[in-house]
Design a protein around this ligand. Structure first.
Ligand code: OGA
Ligand code: MN
Length: 278
């Protein structure tokens, strides 16, 4: 079967079939996958069987894998691969879901990963989808006055914004000093396509630079509500063997913890080194 790219929704995301990433690829296939990734912002390669070494090699098609920050949930011999489970429970026995509200990964860092990859190892029978919204389409749909207003603005991103609807994992003192707040443009230019996209997060975006708090909150709330309308959203229902990469530069995503408490969900996660946002 030849390598085939098929859109998964009208707004963003495509699937790739007819390719086995456990084998060395020719340059054409790598190019086709990267074009599909740049065009669709979310690319799901179906039906993969990857051991950790093969997974790191497959991820490298999209750039340089970076080490996972959380030292306790990664493969000792493959520090690029994080292990993502829903096994952690809170004091009431409820599952702790990381990433349950709209965000883009690691925007609190100066050089956030360009993409994040999840490889679906164990998938619950129902629920546990990942939702994505298209920040390119959201930006494009703003009226001209709003585009003028947001172009050129900068936003402060923090490890845990005072606006955040959820609490982030605590950091050590060393990690706190290593991760001061950063400023990023509110509208980002994609380095590959040149397209513009809103760059935001419910958990990290603290405020707009040089704007008073009330005005900043109102603008951020309005833009987030706009960007996360159903018409900009694709919900990915996972299949075992999906290796899916999303573009952190022009999408937001969130996890859905709506699968039965006794069911397992296991993902292997790799982040790809990014650029300083401009
Ligand atoms: C992540 C994330 C969502 C999910 O890994 O960064 O937000 O559905 N995951 O697991
Ligand atoms: Mn995430």
């Amino acid at each position: 079967m030849p390598l085939t790219i098929t859109p998964l929704s009208d707004v963003l995301a495509a699937e790739a079939t007819g390719i086995d990433l456990s084998e060395p690829l020719d340059d054409d296939a790598g190019e086709t996958l990267n074009q599909a990734f740049n065009g669709h912002a979310v690319l799901c390669v179906r039906d993969q069987h990857l051991d950790p070494g093969q997974y790191v090699a497959a991820a490298s098609l999209f750039g340089e894998p970076v080490q996972q920050v959380n030292r306790y949930s990664r493969f000792p011999e493959f520090p690029e691969i994080g292990i993502l489970t829903g096994d952690t429970k809170d004091s009431r026995g409820e599952r702790i879901i990381n990433g349950a509200t709209w965000h883009t990964d690691h925007s609190f860092t100066a050089q956030p990963p360009l993409g994040t990859i999840l490889y679906a190892v164990v998938i619950p029978d129902k629920g546990g989808a990942t939702s994505f919204c298209d920040m390119r389409a959201a930006y494009a749909a703003l009226d001209d006055d709003m585009k003028k207003r947001v172009d050129g603005l900068k936003a402060v991103h923090a490890y845990e914004s005072s606006r955040s609807p959820r609490r982030m994992a605590p950091r050590t003192e060393e990690e706190v000093t290593e991760t001061p707040n950063v400023e990023h443009p509110l509208v980002r230019k994609h380095p590959r396509t040149g397209g513009r996209a809103l760059y935001m997060s419910t958990t990290r975006l603290e405020r707009i630079v040089d704007m008073d708090r009330e005005e900043s909150n109102a603008l951020v709330d309005e833009l987030l509500a706009h960007a996360t309308q159903p018409k900009f959203v694709y919900d990915h229902e996972w299949r075992t063997g999906d290796m899916l990469i999303w573009d952190n530069r022009c999408t937001m995503h969130h996890a859905n913890g709506d699968y039965p408490i006794e069911e397992k969900r296991l993902m292997h996660r790799i982040m790809i080194e990014g650029e300083i946002p401009v």
